[in-house]
Design a protein around this ligand. Sequence first.
Ligand SMILES: [Zn+2]
Ligand SMILES: [Zn+2]
Ligand SMILES: [Zn+2]
Ligand SMILES: [Zn+2]
Length: 245
Amino acid sequence: MNLSGCQRPVGLSRGKAKVCCYSGWYYCQSCHQDNSFLIPARLLRNWDTSKHKVSKQAKEFLEFVYEEPLLDVQQLNPCLYEHCEPLSTVLRLRQRLQSLRAYLFSCRATVAEDLRRRIFPREYLLQHIHLYSMADLQQVIDGKLAPFLSKVIKFASSHVFSCSLCREKGFICELCQNGQVIYPFQESATKRCGGCGAVFHTECRQKAQPCPRCVRRELHHKRPSSFWSPDDDSPGCFHVPYQDT
Ligand SMILES: [Zn+2]
Ligand SMILES: [Zn+2]
Ligand SMILES: [Zn+2]
Ligand SMILES: [Zn+2]
């Protein structure tokens, strides 16, 4: 009956065995003291945010890994993004931050350092956007991660808007060519093409399907190269390398 490894017998006369919700094993009363914990598997399977009773051994383990970014939501249960509103909100924020990171990390060293410091020690939040620690997920449950990320976004985007170096890495909407510099992290105002990485105004893009740049590339590949002017693919701005999320 006692699968926990300790030698104390459990049973009707010796005290009731207690099940650990993390391991599913039974423990005696001294190995299981009713500590409650968020269970990673239950949380990721169906966003079960309640705490469940675990053995001492499981508690120690869960505490040990609490702040380690070990859980990849995209890999473990991508459907969760569709069903869990707070998590999909955080995903959008992390996508914006990932895009902002590309700007700040290619700006002056002090700027990159400032961003790093604000997110320290959780740099994976910007870089590996599907990765979470249990502590992060608890913050999603408590509604604390989104405001934290929003604050970092506010800092990073106001840097880009006011920095001449970053400005050079912005985009000009090729569809309206109104000269305004736009950026992929402007979530509602701009739209990035998944095919070529070009950035357009959301409105302009909605009116132009398919993406003109992709179409041009397609044609370019089909025709002899001499047929096409070599500069045609460049809208006059340097591009931050497109990062697939
Ligand atoms: Zn025991
Ligand atoms: Zn800059
Ligand atoms: Zn436009
Ligand atoms: Zn495109």
